[in-house]
Each structure stands twice: as structure tokens, then as C-alpha cells.
Design a protein around this ligand. Sequence first.
Ligand SMILES: *[C@@H]1O[C@H](CO)[C@@H](O)[C@H](O)[C@H]1NC(C)=O
Ligand SMILES: *[C@@H]1O[C@H](CO)[C@@H](O)[C@H](O)[C@H]1NC(C)=O
Ligand SMILES: *[C@@H]1O[C@H](CO)[C@@H](O)[C@H](O)[C@H]1NC(C)=O
Ligand SMILES: *[C@@H]1O[C@H](CO)[C@@H](O)[C@H](O)[C@H]1NC(C)=O
Length: 785
Amino acid sequence: MEVVIKLLICHSFLLLLLPALAAAETLQTYIVQLHPHEGGSASAVSTAGSRLDWHASFLERSVSPEQEKHPSSRILYSYHTVFDGFAAQITDGEAASLRALPGVASVRADRRLELHTTYSYRFLGLNFCPTGAWARSGYGRGTIVGILDTGLWPESPSFDDRGMPPAPVRWTGVCQGGDHFNASNCNRKLIGARFYSKGHRANYPTNPSEAASLLEYVSPRDAHGHGTHTASTAAGAAVPGASVLGAGAGEARGVAPGAHMAAYKVCWFNGCYSSDILAGMDDAVRDGVDVLSLSLGGFPIPLFEDSIAIGSFRATVRGVSVVCAAGNNGPARSSVANEAPWVLTVGAATLDRRFPAYVRLGNGGVLYGESMYPGKTGGLKKGGNKDDLELVYAAGGTRESEYCLKGSLDKAAVAGKMVVCNRGITGRADKGEAVKEAGGAAMILANTEINRQEDSVDVHVLPATLVGYKEAVELKKYITSTRRPSARLVFAGTRIGRARAPAVALFSARGPSLTNPSVLKPDVIAPGVNIIAAWPGNIGPSGLDVDARRSNFSVLSGTSMAAPHVAGIAALVRSSHPSWSPAMVRSAIMTSADITDRQGKAIMDGEGGRAGVFAMGAGHVSPARAVDPGLVYDIQPGDYVTHLCTLGYTHMEIFKITHTGVNCTAELQKNRGFSLNYPSIAVAFKSGGAKSSSAVLRRTVTNVGTPNSTYTAQMAAPPGVKIAVAPTTLSFVEFGDQRSFRVTVEAASPPAGKDSAEGYLVWKQSGGQGKHVVRSPIAVTWVAE
Ligand SMILES: *[C@@H]1O[C@H](CO)[C@@H](O)[C@H](O)[C@H]1NC(C)=O
Ligand SMILES: *[C@@H]1O[C@H](CO)[C@@H](O)[C@H](O)[C@H]1NC(C)=O
Ligand SMILES: *[C@@H]1O[C@H](CO)[C@@H](O)[C@H](O)[C@H]1NC(C)=O
Ligand SMILES: *[C@@H]1O[C@H](CO)[C@@H](O)[C@H](O)[C@H]1NC(C)=O
């Protein structure tokens, strides 16, 4: 919540100031996309200086002549690797004249994106459980994972380089110095670090003293914790003997502990700007990263306006696997962001780890709750009622006080008591601070109806627990039916293996993709609830300020935490198969995913019931199988262009994504019946009209398992939908052999009351060494005509 609140404060501050200044002459950041060779041959713009001149020449032709500054001083960034063009500070009028210039493909206002974490940036006095237990030592060796985030805290033991080989010779990245950061902060683990603040600063000009109060390091150093957390999740070193205070011990370790990492700081206290993100991607791809991890984004927008989609297209062409968080706007339908077909889109799932902290009511009743409060653990039965605290709810008589917003609580009413606070969508850790400030002794965070049973835990500044909606209803019933309600909290430490997991997190964004329902998104789910990973040494429970209770680890939840797990797995797969394309790496991760939980039952959804394909995509990642998938579905960059043609995108829209021209009429004539060789199968039919619809999809698989292997098809079709596969047997002689097949999906009008259906196709290896199972989910959606 820290970030969001700061943002709101800044907004209202600006709103007060701006009306006076807000003439048409206000400078804004725009991202200008160019046709690559217009106005200069490729060789003429091959050096940074000539490129800047070339970019400035566009501004010279469009900016108002009375501006005293040279146009090039308005350029924030010149892009040339994943994007052709520049970011500049211009007025609306100048943007309009730029748009009209020949050679200009598009002029888009900068866009603010957010980190995909669920509101809490608070530290945990505890530490790590082995979320990366599958990661075998040495795996990921030789690969480089780039993290676009809030930078990192280089002193964290997770970034120690003991046992790491030197950076690969192809690496051309740098360790950019700045505020509290210099070249000596990089090592063989952290081989590069850069920061991008121009887009951010153009939007939020702060004077130096303000900047200091925000503790924004103008350098790759992380002042928030998010980037430290995600980087260590992907490729953090093993930290042996990291013990959980009061509850067991564990080893902290990223998913690919043998991989190198490079930090690209593109996010600041007020979010992440597209212009900074593009600059980070531009450098990262040129520097030589193999995998890019992005735990940030916004709401879904058309691909040709989405800087992450555009930047990641060329990254993919250059062989970089781009892994993105799906976003936390679930369980709303079609909330999935970062859904470009060349990106690996990751939703969040729970772990089988619980932090029980029960509420024992004065009447003997017990409510299950969860907490990371590092309190003394105890039994439920011990002790009488004499240590109970009086319970109080809505102490202040206002709606704000029901939610324990700052300043809403009546001090006399809460002093020394256990305060019940509705959770809703406001900052959880902030409620704890509000209760403590008002003199409360403990807190029960009570889920409201929209939170259901979702259980992202935090570390609070006072003893606290979080209860689900069902428990919250019981709790309030008890309070209203009792003259002097009381309760105590019983902390039960860390429990592993009890709960049914993984399950899809309630907040994890859902498909079908708003912009392109013909590709199933998200692709997979990975751990993203109550994830413990590295944390800056200076950030205490109140967020950015220095606090006595320092820790090297913290707990966070969000698809932000899920994406770096998958980035780490991508590093493992690439380390085992260095020649594989990003599409092959993604295919391996998708077709080997689990659809059952640790108990062997169907993966459940935090929303209730079994998880569907729009919640979990191909399923929950399984790294051990991903490195040996048997068959893979490969995609050439040109196939993505043809795919964009099948979506009806115009020549210009496709150009904005790919930076290359295409004649879709000719392209589709050449590729009749084209379908993208995606490892999942999604069919979008038009609803309305009684006649049945059918679609034929072609797929090609490459044998990467064993020579002389045979696979047979098994499939499940949803009721009312016919699915046929031909041929139903695929035989491969050599390693690398390719075989094609057709999937025919046929359906009458959608099943009553539904607009989607799902099934699956599995290629199962038969015979002696037959162990590979290559699974693709099938999703059918009906969209209004
Ligand atoms: C980097 O910073 C550290 C700590 O401030 C300092 O001791 C060291 O000399 C600096 N190194 C370089 C290369 O500037
Ligand atoms: C955190 O890590 C630093 C550097 O390795 C170490 O000196 C410090 O003792 C650690 N702090 C805690 C609380 O474990
Ligand atoms: C695109 O290709 C079609 C078919 O080959 C051709 O008729 C048409 O002229 C081409 N359009 C352009 C703009 O080149
Ligand atoms: C595959 O089968 C062929 C024909 O039966 C045989 O010659 C070849 O040695 C086999 N290859 C392997 C690796 O087993």
C-alpha cells in the first residue's frame, strides 16, 4: 500500500498545483516510434551520437521555434534494440505535429504501470522456506536472468557470488554507479545493474529534499524491497542456515541459484513508466540477458499500444525468454495482463505452507487464522481466560473505523484491546499501524465478502492474525451476541504440508485474454502467496524507514512473486538446452505443468471449486519435468506476424509491434489455414446464430526426448464440444524430428448458461522408455458477434 498511498498523495498535490500551470504548453513524456530507415540509412545511425542526431531531427521539425532549449535536450531516451524511436518531453501540440511527419510510426503518451504485488511491502522478522526446493545446485549455470524491477539490495546474502563462475564472455552489461551504489557492488552473481529514472522524474518532479524523504536511491539500489525479493526468487544464491525465528529452519535459495543476474531498475515510488521500462529492455537485450523477468504491468490494452508487448517482441526475436506477471486483478474475468503471444504469462498459486494463528474466543470457540507475527507459539488449550483481551469492532462508530483507517479509531475505545478490522482492499499493514497508534494491543484482520478465504499474510507491528470471511462472520456474531466479548491469539508457528496446495490465488488475474482470446492466457501458475525471499537491510516494518528489527528476508504475495519463479525455471531449461528458442522453453514449461495438487486431486481455485484453464492455464509449473519435456511446440518469429494477420490487425498496427512491414493478404494466402503453434489450444467461436461452428488447428511437435519414440493422443472434450485429433499416433525416429497433426474442434451453440468450455489433449509416450507426457489444455470461448 505504501506505493499506492504515496501515489494518491502525489496526485492530489499535483491537482492543487497544476491548474495554474496547465496550459497547452505543459510538457509531457511521449514515446515516438520511427520507421527504422526513414531519413537515414542504417549505417548512418549506427553510432549513439548519430542516432541521437537522427532522433533530434524529428523534434527540430516539430517543436515550437520559440523554445530556447535545443530539441535534443528534450530527449529522455533513444531506443534502438527492442524499439526504434525515442522518448521526449513535448507538448500535445508538438506531439500532433510529430505524428504528421513522414517516418513517424506512432506517438504515444507515456503510461504508468504498477508492480504486481498485493499491497504489502512490509518486512518479516523471519525468513525463508525452500520455495526453490526443486532447484538442484548448479542449475541455471551459464544463463543470465535480467530483472526489471525496483533495483536490488546488493549486500543481501542472496546475491553472494561464492562458487559462481565469471560472467559469460558475451555479456556486455555494466554496473552503473549512483547513490549508495558503485561498481564494487556487482560481482559474479550480480553481473550488471542499471537504473532508468527519466520517465519517472518527468512525471513526478521532486526537489532534492523531497526525494531524500522518499528514500529514493538514484541508483540501482532498491529502496522498496520488491526488486530484491523478485531477483532473489529467480536466481538468489543459497543462504544456508537461514533460520525461521521461533519456527523451524530453512535454506534460502532462488529457483536457479547457479544463474547470473542483472538488475534493471525501472520502478520507483510512484510506479513504473513505459519510457523507463522500454529503456531497460533495450539495454538488457543488448547486454546479453537470456531471460527477462517483469513483475509489473497495467490493465490489458491492445498489443500495438503496449510497450511491454512491443519491447518483448524484439527481445523474443533475439532469443530472450520474456516472463511476465499476469496481474492481481482476479478473479475478475479477462483481467489477465501481459498477454502477448510471445510472452510467458504467469498467474499465482498458494504453497502448502501455513502460518496458523488461531483466535480463541472467550466462549471457547476457535477460529482459524494466519499470521507471520513472530510471537511466542503456544497451545490452544493452555491457560484460562484471564489473559484474554477485550474485543472491539468499529471503535469510532464510522465506516472508516470498521476498516481501521488511520485516524479513524477512538483511542479511549481501543486502548489495550484486541481490535477487529475489516480487510477490504486497503493496506493491511497500515491497519496494524493505525491500531497500534491508537493504543490497541492486538488486531484481527477480518476478510470481507470480496476477500473470501484469501490469506496473504503480513508482518504487523503488533500481534495480529488474518481470518477468512466465514470466520469473520462468526467472529462478528460472537461480538454482537456477547456483553463483554474477549479473545486471545494463539500462534502455532510454521506448518508445512497440511493444506491442499497448490491452489490458484483468488487475486491471480484470469483469462480469457481480452485482446486475443485465440491464445489461452495465463500460460501457467507458480508460487505467489506468502513467498519469503530476500529483503533490503534497511527497511523496517513501517516501510521505508530504518527500523531496529532489520531482516534479510520478507514475505510478499502477488503474481509479482510467481513470475520470477518461472524466470528461474526458464533459466534452468535454457541451461540444459542452450540452443532452444524462447518458444521451446515456454512449451517445455507449459506441457509439463501439473493439473493436480500435492494430494493428487484437481488443483482448486481460491474462488471456490476446481481451477479452470482461464485461472491456471496449462497448470502449475513442474521444473524437474520442464527440463525433459519429450516434445516441444516451437514458433518462429515470423509465425507471430502471420498470427497477428489472422487477428485482423492492420499493416500499421503490426508494424508498431514488429517494426517490420507485412502484406497480410499475401501472408495469409501463402499460409492458408494458419494457426500459431502454441502449446495450448484456444478456440474463439462467435456466439449467436444456431448453426454449429468448427475450427481446424494445426500443430507441429519436435522430438527432444528419445529417438525411436512413439506418442499416442488422448483427449477430453467438454460436453457439447467434439474434438478430433489426426493422426492419433506420432512416431519419431531421430532426435529433432518434427511431426504435424490437426485438431478439429466442433460445437453447436454454447452450452446453456456458459460462454466457455474446456478440455485437454495429451501426447503420451508409449513403449519401453515411454515416460513423457505432453499435455495441452483446450479452451473454447464464445464471443458476442
Ligand atoms: C564503492 O563504495 C564503497 C563504499 O562506499 C567504497 O568503499 C569503495 O571505495 C567504492 N568503490 C569504488 C570503485 O568507487
Ligand atoms: C543480513 O546479512 C548480512 C550480510 O550477509 C549479515 O551481516 C547480517 O547479519 C544479516 N542479518 C540478519 C538479521 O540475519
Ligand atoms: C499484398 O498482396 C496482395 C496479394 O499478393 C497484392 O494483390 C497486393 O497488391 C499487395 N498489397 C500491397 C500493398 O503490396
Ligand atoms: C532406431 O531404430 C532404428 C531402426 O529400427 C535402428 O536402426 C536405430 O539403431 C534405433 N536408434 C536408437 C537410438 O535406438
